[in-house]
Design a protein around this ligand. Structure first.
Ligand SMILES: *Cc1c(COP(=O)(O)O)cnc(C)c1O
Length: 662
């Protein structure tokens, strides 16, 4: 347990730009090497610019203007958020991995467009490699050639979530289109082995085909066509199926034709707001999201999930997918993915199937601490030697279950320490991509190739993903970072481990802090953190009123609020906040929380709109545990001293104003 892991010293530029020399050297090398690449393309060509330009007034003017603009730009950029600083504990960004930073700049020089290899060259290959790095980190099997995972980059977690939703819809609704297409093509599915596999071919049965059975069913239908009328019949069937898909006829017509209710999406109340945006985007509608309660640890409540599934099964409402969050945006908590996977198996047997997507935009890279260099999962014993509290058995089980889910969103630009933009979406089975292909995915030149063994052309990324033109420099940036820091406990995991240790130290120092400040304010963690995001609620001593507590916390927060209109130097620390809404707590949680925070009993229950304003800390900076003064204090000590001062100041302001009122 090394609190000062030297790995991170070479990984980042550092709060004082300690590694500026290295960064400069690598940047200069990248630029020089790039210049030679230009020159060596056709070295026989003469230079197009002559020496006389140096004396041309127009030339000199543009040069001076550019220098001036760049100087003003550099000045303007000083209004940026100082992500790199250990004094910034607010949002989900921190120092950047130097290889990723240089990779991004180097990549940008070549300007690859990862829409396809034709526009990118090597960068698409890197993107697919990065996808496989992530797939292996999550434990997806790469042994089965017929069900290989794949992943690609997006602009961020939001777009990855939209795409996951679109893919889930394509996959889950495909069997309905397939069977309808068979009927249209005159293949009478009722009289084929389709019925041996599925039983009756009702809409309810077809909308409840398990994710893993969809592509085999497709293959079976194509084989039936082939046996029936050869390649022409396959082509006819393919066309008929395409004409029955929701992607062709739209959702209104699709659900009318099949006389089946529109499916719902299950997501915990703690899910990111991109799911609401996604539901709007795919035409599902936000009312089709069924919100699952969270438990007292701010994790999806498995019991509530089951109750909802029971109800939906009883009403015959189809379920598109269940979303679980691996690292909630606000609280860093991890849903019980293992319980969701278990419910999927149980309900599938009872005739209600659903897909499972994990939104690990924040927490995905945490898995690198669990992954051994040989790609197996580190044992719980080994994990407990490395950390004090982490991981709880629930967290361990959730992590272990990740390889059984269908798709995962993960953001390299969050806990991957990669510059924006870099999100990613990973699928357990690349065969599903066939259903996304924008152009016809099957080539019918050769009859024997007509069934789904036509090779996928994933390198034509733009055919399969939501985005079109997309930055190859993202892929390069992530690829070089993964190259230096492989996604296991000996590589990237060391950086993540550092953030977890910092969170554990933060937790322990917090306990001491609550004691010290007891006379001035009640300070509580609303729930034990699962990872490296920690929330703190405040209430001035003796106060029972929620509004007063919230006002007090807001005032404390004002001292650490980042503003683009003030120099960042004015802030000793920069934090973030979130609001803990009554609507997202069970009554039990609300009552416990009231008691711990010493609010008047029933405060939260009485006001359905009530929320508790809490300070939110993202503890991902690599340097939080470094001593920064002669007394050996680290940034976390300094932060609690700062917080104590702010609390004391606010409580004296509070006192004065009540005295004035009297
Ligand atoms: C941040 C986040 C998102 C959105 O990702 P962006 O990269 O900001 O688009 C989605 N889900 C979760 C859980 C997140 O933390």
């Amino acid at each position: 347990m090394n609190e000062h892991d030297p790995t991170i010293d070479a990984a980042f530029l550092g709060p004082m730009a300690e590694n500026a020399g290295l960064l400069e050297e690598w940047m200069v090398q990248a630029v020089r090497d790039y210049a030679y690449w230009r020159r060596n393309l056709h070295p026989e060509d003469k230079a197009v610019m002559g020496a006389a330009r140096e004396f041309d007034l127009e030339y000199l003017k543009v040069k001076a203007d550019t220098e001036d603009a760049l100087r003003r730009l550099a000045a303007r950029m000083k209004r940026s958020v100082p992500w790199f600083s250990p004094r910034h504990m607010g949002h989900m960004a921190s120092d950047l991995l130097m290889p990723a930073l240089v990779g991004r700049v180097l990549g940008t020089l070549y300007n690859p467009n990862n829409v396809s290899t034709d526009a990118a060259g090597a960068a698409v290959e890197m993107e697919l490699e990065v996808g496989m790095d992530l797939a292996r980190m999550f434990g997806f099997s790469t042994a089965d050639q017929t069900a290989m995972p794949w992943g690609h980059l997006t602009s961020g977690g939001s777009v990855a979530n939209y795409e996951a939703l679109r893919s889930m819809e394509a996959l889950r609704l495909y069997p309905l289109a397939l069977v309808a297409g068979m009927r249209d093509a005159g293949l009478a599915p009722e009289h084929t082995e389709m019925t041996d596999v599925l039983g009756e071919l009702t809409s309810w049965r077809l909308i409840n085909v398990c994710v893993d059975d969809v592509m085999p069913l497709h293959a079976m239908a194509m084989q039936i066509a082939l046996n029936n009328g050869g390649g022409d019949a396959v082509a006819t069937l393919h066309k008929a199926v395409e004409n029955q898909r929701i992607e062709a006829i739209g959702s209104v017509e699709f659900f009318r034709r099949h006389n089946v209710a529109q499916p719902v999406l299950l997501a915990p109340v703690s899910a990111h707001y991109s799911w609401a945006k996604g539901a709007k985007l795919v035409g599902l509608g936000t009312h089709q999201i069924v919100h699952i309660d969270v438990d007292e640890r701010m994790r999806m409540d498995a019991q509530s999930l089951r109750e909802n599934l029971e109800r939906l099964l009883a009403n015959k409402t189809p379920v598109l997918a269940a979303i679980s969050v691996y690292g909630t945006t606000e609280f860093g908590t991890l849903d019980p993915v293992h319980a969701v996977v278990k419910a999927r198996e149980e309900f599938a047997e009872r005739g209600l199937a659903f897909g499972v997507h994990v939104d690990a935009a924040w927490g995905g890279y945490l898995v690198s601490v669990f992954r051994d260099a040989d790609d197996s999962l580190c044992s719980p014993e080994l994990m407990s030697e490395r950390f004090r509290y982490f991981p709880s058995s629930e967290v361990y089980e959730a992590t272990r279950a990740l390889n059984q889910v269908d798709s995962i969103t993960v953001d390299p630009h969050k806990l991957g320490f990669i510059p924006y933009p870099a999100g990613a979406l990973v699928f357990r089975n690349r065969e599903w991509a066939r259903l996304q292909a924008q152009a016809a995915p099957y080539v019918f030149d050769d009859q024997t190739q007509a069934i789904s063994d036509t090779p996928l052309a994933l390198e034509d990324l733009g055919r399969y993903v939501l985005e079109g033109s997309k930055p190859g420099s993202s892929a390069i940036s992530v690829a070089v970072a993964h190259d230096v820091f492989p996604l296991n406990c000996d590589g990237f995991g060391k950086i993540i481990a550092q953030t977890i240790r910092a969170s554990e130290v933060f937790h322990d120092k917090f306990l001491a802090f609550t004691d010290e400040i007891r006379d001035v304010a009640t300070v509580v963690m609303p729930f034990e953190p699962d990872t490296n995001i920690v929330c703190i609620a405040l209430n001035p001593a003796g106060n029972g009123d929620l509004d007063t507590a919230n006002r007090f916390t807001r005032n404390v927060f004002d001292s650490m609020r980042f503003s683009a209109d003030e120099p960042a130097q004015l802030r000793d620390f920069i934090g973030s906040f979130t609001s803990f809404d009554q609507s997202r707590m069970t009554n039990e949680v609300a009552r416990r929380f009231e008691r711990e925070l010493q609010l008047d009993a029933g405060t939260l229950e009485r006001h359905p709109e009530a929320h508790v304003f809490v300070l939110r800390h993202t503890l991902m900076n690599p340097w939080l545990l470094r001593p920064i003064n002669d007394h050996g204090k680290d940034y976390i000590d300094m932060y609690f001293e700062f917080l104590a001062t702010q609390i004391q100041m606010q409580s004296s302001v509070c006192l004065t104003s009540t005295e004035l009122q009297q």
